[in-house]
Design a protein around this ligand. Structure first.
Ligand SMILES: [Zn+2]
Length: 488
């Protein structure tokens, strides 16, 4: 037999094997149903993980117990975990599988300070002065875990090629853990990324988010006795006041999409000493990075002017900046189909009563729980106020966002009402739905190459040649926090 014949036979055998393999694999519909079953089978585990994170209620960069628990479950289920990534002890990347495509799933688990709350439908502090999951990140972490576990089992059993990467992302609420993870290139090899967030509505989220600059402005003056020889002093507080006055005048001359907000973090010690040091913590947001940059320039001029006028000197420290979210409509449509295929959540009378009680307590309309699946919205040029570090990922790889109903409708966010909903069946139902939608969407990306090609095309078009640049300097280290012994 000639060499060419042998080659032909091998090729034929390979094609036949491929065909048999594809035929032996269940249909995509069957695989998706299997994924839903796999999430349901693990519902108890996911609720337990969610409740544990809720009880730990660890704030930004102190999520030691929370990340440890997630890692434990992932390793037990066969994921390989890289710990302490991007210089953060509570950040990790858990991987399963091999080769392309590589699909990322984001998990968050940090709580908010001062929001400790019992699981009651009225305000009741659980631990005095403690933290609480006022943004539902306990559900976020456990829901993403659920998607990763269900996918892993399915891929293993059906020999589906590709890699899942679950990103343990700390400190969303404070320093923005993903900012450091993005700067250090942790998302660079992804073909796409999927995230979700608890909400009081169920929708594929194409609202986008605002770009932001986070800065600290310091003034240095001269101290003097405020009554005996004030002419010898130069007040750093005066400079802060002139800066805030200038900023408040500036508000009239910026686009309506701009948001500027600040707190005075240092303004002197006592009234009889002219303050020689004062500090302002300021955030500037707009719909685009460019918009933020323009306002920032004006703020810098105001700071300079305030320093000249008060005889002080100034320093601006840029703490970080986020991009606006780059929405990927192609992938969002795929996610929408999966959300509609799974269907909206239903509730029992007790759950609705619980929701109404929370609404009554928070002075919002007693509409109960709204779980109907919203139609895919048209992305707006000017997103609603708010920023997230998920946006950083969206400039590195096509990123999809989902919101599911985890709380009563319309309740104030970052409040006790979200904390209590996040340890309730209302929250659990939203979390399990999110796990199912993310898993089925990831499966589409693993099995249908065309979707990824189209998503990447849209992504490239929207980048317009821009290459992601991190908003933090290359040598800036995350501010590591050490847990006090008593708090462990
Ligand atoms: Zn959040």
């Amino acid at each position: 037999m000639g060499k060419s014949h042998l080659k032909l036979i091998i090729l034929l055998m390979f094609s036949l094997m491929q065909l048999t393999f594809a035929e032996s694999r269940p249909s995509i519909k069957e695989l998706k149903n299997e994924l839903l079953r796999r999430v349901d089978q693990r519902s108890q585990l996911l609720i337990e993980v969610s409740d544990a994170l809720w009880e730990y209620a660890e704030i930004a960069l102190l999520e030691y117990k929370s990340s440890k628990l997630l890692i434990q479950v992932l390793e037990k289920e066969g994921f390989e975990v890289e710990r302490k990534v991007a210089g953060m002890p509570t950040a990790f990347v858990a991987s399963y599988g091999s080769g392309k495509p590589i699909i990322g799933i984001l998990a968050e688990y940090d709580a908010l300070p001062g929001l400790s709350q019992d699981s009651t439908p009225y305000k009741k502090e659980r631990i005095e002065g403690g933290a609480g999951h006022g943004c539902g990140h306990n559900l976020f972490g456990a829901g993403s875990l659920g998607a990763a576990l269900a996918l892993k089992g399915l891929m293993e059993e059906n020999k589906i090629p590709g890699t899942i990467k679950l990103y343990g992302c700390p400190a969303e609420e404070d320093i923005g853990g993903k900012l450091f993870m993005a700067r250090d290139g942790l998302f660079n090899d992804l073909d796409a990324c999927i995230a979700w967030h608890p909400d009081y509505e169920t929708k594929v989220d194409v609202r986008g988010s605002q770009a932001i600059d986070d800065m600290e402005i310091e003034f240095f003056g001269k101290t003097a006795h405020a009554a005996f020889d004030p002419w010898k002093g130069a007040s750093a507080l005066d400079a802060v006041e002139m800066t805030t006055f200038g900023i408040n005048l500036l508000r009239e001359h910026v686009k309506p999409s701009v948001r500027i907000h600040y707190v005075i973090t240092q303004g002197g010690e006592v009234p009889n000493i002219v303050p020689e040091h004062a500090k302002l913590w300021l955030w500037v947001r707009d719909s685009t990075r460019l918009g933020v940059k323009n306002v920032r320039k004006r703020v810098e001029e105001i700071v300079k002017g305030a320093a000249i006028a008060t005889g002080t000197s100034s320093k601006i420290i840029y703490k970080g900046s986020y991009h606006e979210m780059l929405v990927n409509l192609t992938g969002s449509k795929v996610m929408q189909k999966n959300l509609e295929m799974i269907g909206s959540l239903t509730y029992m009378d007790e759950e609705v009563a619980f929701a109404r009680r929370i609404q009554k307590e928070t002075d919002v309309k007693e509409k109960g729980i709204i779980s109907e699946i919203k139609e895919l919205e048209k992305p707006t040029k000017d997103p609603e106020g708010g920023s997230t570090d998920v946006a950083e990922v969206s400039w590195i790889t096509p990123t999809l966002n989902l919101s599911t109903t985890c709380t009563p409708y319309g309740i104030p966010w970052h409040s006790w009402a979200v904390v209590t909903s996040s340890r309730h069946s209302i929250g659990y139902k939203g979390m399990l739905l999110a796990a199912k939608v993310m898993a089925t969407t990831a499966l589409d990306l693993f099995l249908d190459q065309n979707i990824l090609i189209e998503m990447k095309k849209e992504f490239k078009d929207k980048l317009k040649g821009y290459t992601y640049k991190s908003g933090i300097p290359p040598d800036k280290k995350p501010p590591i926090r050490i847990k006090k012994k008593s708090a462990i």
